[in-house]
Design a protein around this ligand. Structure first.
Ligand code: SF4
Length: 211
């Protein structure tokens, strides 16, 4: 067997291990995908600004506070593999009764129960992603980078942009895949885990770039 075939087999085995670790950390789906199939589309970043998302310019992990889609695309080209990972957003049916699907999005975003639901699931996802990034580093993938979903909710309120403002959790906070221009819907579909819209079982979809 050639050295190249050996390497490919080891990579497949390691990606499988990382997917199974993701499930053990609370993910509901995880699948490897070639980094060539991670779809970047500048229209995704456009949707951060128009209509403006509540994290835009306010969250340190959201545009325009993060690297540009162009800069990200150049780095993405150097990766060989990725893993698409989904985490359930657990909906408290009692608290959310008559809200999701009925309230106008702007009002829903101000709802404390809605925000608490997003925040608790996002924190669980963030912890799992950091664990996975560490696992991949231990397997020798030194450039591995975890990309989250949605705006960062590790703090109740982000420190925001401005001179001297520093992230409170610099090693845990990650930009969302979509904030870097990744078409998460198209990429998840290519990984065999299409995102329902509107969703009966809402999920966060994150991406681990492995190399
Ligand atoms: S960890 Fe806190 S300060 Fe850092 S980006 Fe997230 S919300 Fe902002």
């Amino acid at each position: 067997m050639s050295e190249r075939t050996d390497r490919a087999m080891i990579t497949q085995a390691n990606l499988k291990t990382l997917c199974s670790n993701a499930l053990s950390y609370g993910a509901i789906n995880a699948a490897p995908i070639s980094a060539r199939k991670v779809i970047v589309d500048p229209r995704v970043r456009l949707k951060c600004a128009i209509p403006v998302c509540d994290g835009y310019g306010r969250c340190l992990m959201c545009p325009p506070n993060i690297i540009s889609v162009q800069e990200f695309t150049v780095a993405l080209e150097r990766f060989n593999d990725a893993i698409v990972i989904q985490f359930e957003i657990k909906v408290d049916k009692e608290k959310m009764e008559g809200k999701i699907g009925s309230m106008e999005l702007g009002a829903l975003r101000l709802d404390t129960d809605y925000e608490a639901m997003l925040s608790s699931s996002m924190k669980r996802m963030s912890k799992a992603l950091i664990n996975l990034e560490r696992d991949a580093l231990h397997l020798g993938y030194r450039f591995t980078t975890a990309l989250s979903a949605g705006n960062c909710r590790l703090c109740d309120e982000c420190v925001g942009q401005g001179k001297g403002k520093q992230c409170r959790h610099p090693f845990e906070a990650r930009p969302a895949a979509e904030a870097l221009g990744i078409d998460v819907f198209a990429t998840a579909a290519l990984a065999g885990m299409p995102i329902e819209f509107p969703a009966k079982r809402p999920v966060w979809t994150s991406i681990l770039l492995v190399d």
